[in-house]
Design a protein around this ligand. Structure first.
Ligand code: GDP
Ligand code: MN
Length: 385
């Protein structure tokens, strides 16, 4: 689960990482009063969970509080679009932060290196820009320091890595401390990523985290109740956020074939079959057991929130749940909805025959018995549409 920049900075500050002062707000008037606390010299930053906010126009420096308030007014409710997130995200709140004078920008992150089965600290003198870009154009500028799971990091190792990264001498000690604080924060918070880009070096020679991105391992959230309230708005995608509010497992994938199945494994197979049939899945969605009309309706509504969806594939295996019950649920849901895209339903398992007979009574749903047949049909119908 990704944390917003302001939450990430609060978390890191509690581990001793120096961060610029600031507060989050949704209100231009409050933005003005926060800016006034810093003498008007602030940076206003859209709090959206996507990369490249700067380039997307979501980060701006000001020298007076009124302009900061005006920009806040302009940003709230606006959709920001970046290369990393072409669908874009609506800005709901902004961080008004003390503006840092930046002489140099560095890059620092902690993440899991799965191949090495260790945490890795990545350090680069080339901060400010996307690290992927640095990795491509100047790979030697990134120094990787693996953390031994038993011993942790020795100061000498960190100093060595910081020197290798060519961080200038006066900033080295602060960089070493920051790395220790980040690793500590990572482990204590069950993070799966901490990234500071840029680490700002001021003309006075002080290091500060001018941006921060922390992501927490969702499987460990039960250990960190303090993040409960932020869970809802943590989704990177509006449909995913809505799904999470409704307690439905949904992942947006960007294709044109909407998919709904019962059981994660079956849904995964459906994604594969749609791919094989030449289509692109729009989403993962597990409708869960039972598939009652109301639940089916909720799920179909979610899928249709995605304007790219040109066809819907329903793939249900009836085990304990009888297929005729499921078929009634599907029909019940569709009777109450206005859907103008093709729908193919494959149902198999207990009372499948009865289920298919029920579906045959509908002119809006095409029945199928195998996954392959269903995938081929929906791809064909969707592409014809
Ligand atoms: P991102 O684009 O989403 O990564 O947002 P950042 O918070 O990293 O801001 C983008 C860029 O804006 C940074 O790389 C800095 O160059 C600049 N920036 C952000 N905050 C400040 C600040 O306090 N002072 C100055 N001078 N520049 C800033
Ligand atoms: Mn950044």
């Amino acid at each position: 689960m990704k944390l917003h920049e302001y939450q990430s900075k609060d978390l890191l500050a509690s581990f001793g990482v120096p961060v610029p002062g600031g507060r989050v707000t949704t209100d231009p008037a409050e933005a003005k009063s926060i800016a006034d606390e810093f003498g008007g010299k602030v940076v206003v930053k859209a709090q959206v969970l996507m990369g490249g906010r700067g380039k997307a126009g979501g980060v701006k420096l000001f020298s007076d509080s009124q302009s900061a308030a005006d920009f806040t007014k302009e940003l709230i409710g606006k959709r920001l679009v970046s290369i990393q997130n072409p669908a874009g995200m609506i800005v709901e709140q902004v961080l008004v932060a003390e503006q840092v004078d930046i002489a140099e920008e560095y890059y620092l992150s902690v993440l899991l290196d799965r191949a090495e089965q260790k945490l890795v600290v990545m350090i680069s003198k080339e901060g400010g820009m996307e690290i992927e870009e640095v990795a491509e154009t100047n790979p030697d500028a990134i120094v990787r320091l693996h953390v031994d799971p038993a011993w942790g990091l020795g100061d000498f190792e960190i100093r060595d890595a910081v020197q290798k990264a060519n961080i200038p001498a006066p900033a080295q000690r602060q960089m070493v401390s920051m790395i220790k604080q980040l690793v500590k924060a990572y482990l204590a918070s069950d993070a799966d990523l901490i990234e500071i880009n840029p680490v700002a070096l001021t003309p006075e020679g002080k290091l500060l985290a001018a941006d921060a991105k922390v992501s927490i391992d969702e499987n460990a959230l039960f250990r960190h109740k303090q993040f409960d309230e932020t869970k809802e708005d943590a989704a990177e995608d509006e449909i995913e956020a809505e799904a999470s509010r409704q307690g439905i497992a949904y992942v947006r994938l960007g294709g044109e074939i909407g998919i709904m199945g019962n059981g994660a494994g079956l849904v995964m197979c459906s994604l594969d079959e749609v791919n094989k049939a030449g289509g692109k899945p729009a989403n993962f969605l597990d409708v869960g057991g039972g598939a009652k009309a109301e639940r089916v309706q909720q799920c179909v509504n979610l899928i249709l929130m995605d304007p790219n969806v040109k066809g819907l594939l329903i793939n249900i295996f009836g085990g304990i749940t009888r297929c005729d019950e499921v078929a009634k649920g599907i029909l019940g849901a569709f009777d109450a909805m206005d859907i103008n895209i093709p729908v193919v339903a494959r149902i198999e398992g207990t009372a499948a025959k009865e289920g298919l007979e029920i579906l045959a009574g509908s002119d809006r749903i095409v029945g199928a018995t195998t996954m392959q047949e269903a995938a081929a049909k929906i791809v064909e119908l969707a592409h014809k549409n």
